[in-house]
Design a protein. Sequence first.
Length: 120
Amino acid sequence: MRLAILFLAGLFTLAGAHAAEVDQAAALETLQDEDSLLIDVRSAEEFADGALPGAINLEHDRIAERIASVAPDKDRPLVLYCRSGRRSSFAQDKLQALGYSRVINAGAYDDLLPLLERGE
């Protein structure tokens, strides 16, 4: 029993350590750059239910194979978001591993929408 608890605690620690920090301020500033690309990494169904203005949809689990078709320049500023920030964190890690140098995890759709509507 003790071993199972330690194992589960280790898994939760690893999962938490994987998440990249959400930086909404940097995301909003980066979106002022007309070369920036706003990427919704949620599912196609979630995207169809509502997305941020100007966003394109590249699902997080396919982003590595599809990113070059929309952003061949690895220095292009990329701003990622999802429902909670978790999938955008995984996508950020994948893109950085591919050599993309300006990738920002903007976090959750519901948190970003009012900020963009207010023009912050």
